[in-house]
Design a protein around this ligand. Structure first.
Ligand code: NAD
Length: 334
């Protein structure tokens, strides 16, 4: 039996990495990919794939994804979206893409899916949290977002839980830590600087740090909840393999494992790997809007539940991540 997997947002940063990882996954044989994005996605070489350029806010475009030569997918990775700052700056677009179009994909999965239900994996975010938070977020912590992006993600999560409860789909909601280091061009995300302050200087390019005004600023002690792209992609593949009976009955939310690093620790790792010349390329200009949003996100989670399900966590803090990114630059793949 072929494994037919639909990835929305397949031209994006995680979508591209995930396509390649699914093709290489030893636990998923005979993979066929349906890749869709508003920008034409590229399929990994040698993959059995159809690539579709489509706007997923249009119902007909969504329905067409279930009528390709590969038929109805058995797994959907719903990755398309408008990132945090993009949703904050354009509220209507954020709602249309992060909520309305996700609902269209869910509804199509319900209508076209047969038994067993389609596995529907959503990439959500720690931006669903805000307000007063405990020292460590646990699965019992209530999500009260303080921004349009988190509100949109949380709304889609509620639909997925209810569609799962009704047996329309087999939902799995992955709340991702902030991914560092993100390769490619800077994203329209409030968190973009978290990768930018490593990526740009290691490439010899100046970058702006919107937290603090110098290396001595106390604002740099702002803690962040982060994970590497490599571990996150492995975890997204694992998300498809976890048996539904192991998941909580009342919610399909899983906060993927991460670790806490401060902005200062990031910059110290940059200096250690890239030298003082790299650190000197970081310019500081404190931006209160970005700082307010990032400060509202939690920075410590209890990893026990995801680890018990077999998900993975980065070891060794920021340094191995920065070192690996430098190697990727040297290899011409970052
Ligand atoms: N990268 C991170 O740090 C991070 C953290 C938490 C959650 N996430 C979530 O993971 C997912 C993927 O993140 P990413 O970093 O790859 O983002 P990305 O911005 O690189 O990719 C998102 C993709 O969605 C596509 N898209 C936007 N509107 C669309 C539409 N109307 N129709 C079709 N496609 C559309 C974009 O063209 C883009 O290629 C997103 O849902 C994001 O919210 C990412």
């Amino acid at each position: 039996m072929p494994n037919t997997i639909l990835i929305t947002g397949a031209a994006g940063f995680l979508g591209g990495l995930l396509s390649a990882a699914l093709i290489a996954d030893p636990n998923t044989s005979n993979v066929r990919l349906i890749l869709v994005d508003i920008v034409e996605p590229k399929a990994p070489t040698s993959a059995q794939a159809v690539t579709i350029e489509a706007d997923l806010t249009v119902k007909e475009s969504v329905d067409a994804l279930f009528k390709t030569e590969f038929g109805v997918p058995d797994t959907i990775y719903c990755l398309h979206g408008i990132m945090s700052r993009g949703s904050e700056d354009n509220f209507d677009l954020g709602l249309k893409v992060n909520v309305d179009s996700v609902r269209l994909v869910l509804q199509a999965a319900r209508e076209f899916g047969t038994q067993p239900s389609i596995k529907f994996i959503l990439t959500s975010s720690l931006a669903v949290y805000g307000g007063p938070l405990p020292h460590t977020v646990t699965p019992d912590t209530i999500a009260t977002p303080e921004g349009a992006y988190g509100m949109g993600k949380l709304t889609s999560e509620l639909f997925i839980n209810e569609y799962t409860r009704r047996g329309f789909i087999d939902g799995r909601i992955m709340r991702l830590p902030t991914i560092v280091v993100r390769s490619g061009a800077p994203a329209a995300a409030t968190s973009a600087f978290i990768s930018g302050v490593i990526r740009e200087p290691l490439k010899g390019i100046e970058c702006l740090c919107p937290i603090g005004n110098s290396m001595d600023s106390p604002e740099l002690d702002l803690p962040l909840w982060v994970a590497s792209p490599q571990t996150t992609i492995k975890n997204l593949v694992i998300a498809k393999h976890v048996h539904a009976s192991k998941l909580f009955r009342h919610t399909r939310v899983i906060c993927l494992p991460g670790f806490t690093a401060t902005v200062r620790e990031e910059l110290q790792a940059l200096e250690k790997i890239g030298g003082k010349a790299a650190l000197d390329l970081v310019q500081f200009k404190d931006d209160s809007i970005s700082r307010r949003l990032v400060s509202s996100w939690p920075s410590r989670f209890d990893n026990a539940y995801p680890l018990s399900l077999g998900f993975l966590v980065d070891e060794g803090g920021m340094e191995p991540i920065v070192r690996r990114f430098q190697k990727d630059i040297e290899a011409g793949i970052a």
